[in-house]
Design a protein around this ligand. Sequence first.
Ligand SMILES: C[S@@+](CC[C@H](N)C(=O)[O-])C[C@H]1O[C@@H](n2cnc3c(N)ncnc32)[C@H](O)[C@@H]1O
Length: 222
Amino acid sequence: MGPTAVHDEVFSGVRLAIERLADEGQALEAVAAALAREGEVDDARLEELCPYFGVIWPSARALAEAVADLGRAGLARRRVLELGCGLAAPSLVAGLLGADVLATDYHPDVPALLARNAARNGAPGVRYQALDLRRDDVPGGFDLVLAADVAYVPDLPPRVVRAIDLALAPGGRALISDPGRPCLQALVDLAAARGLRCALEVRTVADPPRTRDVFVLTLTRG
Ligand SMILES: C[S@@+](CC[C@H](N)C(=O)[O-])C[C@H]1O[C@@H](n2cnc3c(N)ncnc32)[C@H](O)[C@@H]1O
């Protein structure tokens, strides 16, 4: 996975210590070099093993803040699913505020890092399941589905929207954050085509050394 470092982060008053990759550029070069040594220079394989999971993206900050704003009253004992969780900051916030959380991703390095971050922050209610949005079945019955910056290549929006549709319990909602990638409109259109109503807010979050506007969509059944 490469060297990691632990940083303190605060999301709307919820403090977390998050272990993440110390240098994602170096981690990406290491993955590319390892695949080249094995004779695998396939772009798809490189994308699968890309260390995007190990970064706190602005979308994760915005979503973690939106989740923190729901408070214990909005999260305690709720069933929460996060798709493409990476470092899973929104899941960790939800877990600290009493939710029963299932965080999912497809990258093989995510579960070990998540287990350490859950233990480090005293959030034992955050469990992990490997879930590849392109291949796997999605469990159902969730009150809240979370996805931060997951629809970043064109084949992912339909998979993310389908996963949300399958995962939501009646009356549930999804919160999706996105920095304004080209696929965002497709995701909104696909959600509407499945009868999901979409409300939009913009959150300004830290993206050191500056700030960044991130879209946060709330999807509910129309
Ligand atoms: C840009 S990163 C965002 C990570 C995290 N949600 C955040 O905002 O910090 C995209 C995430 O989606 C995950 N991902 C990409 N394709 C996926 C797929 N087919 N199934 C599940 N997760 C996927 C990656 O492993 C990565 O963790």
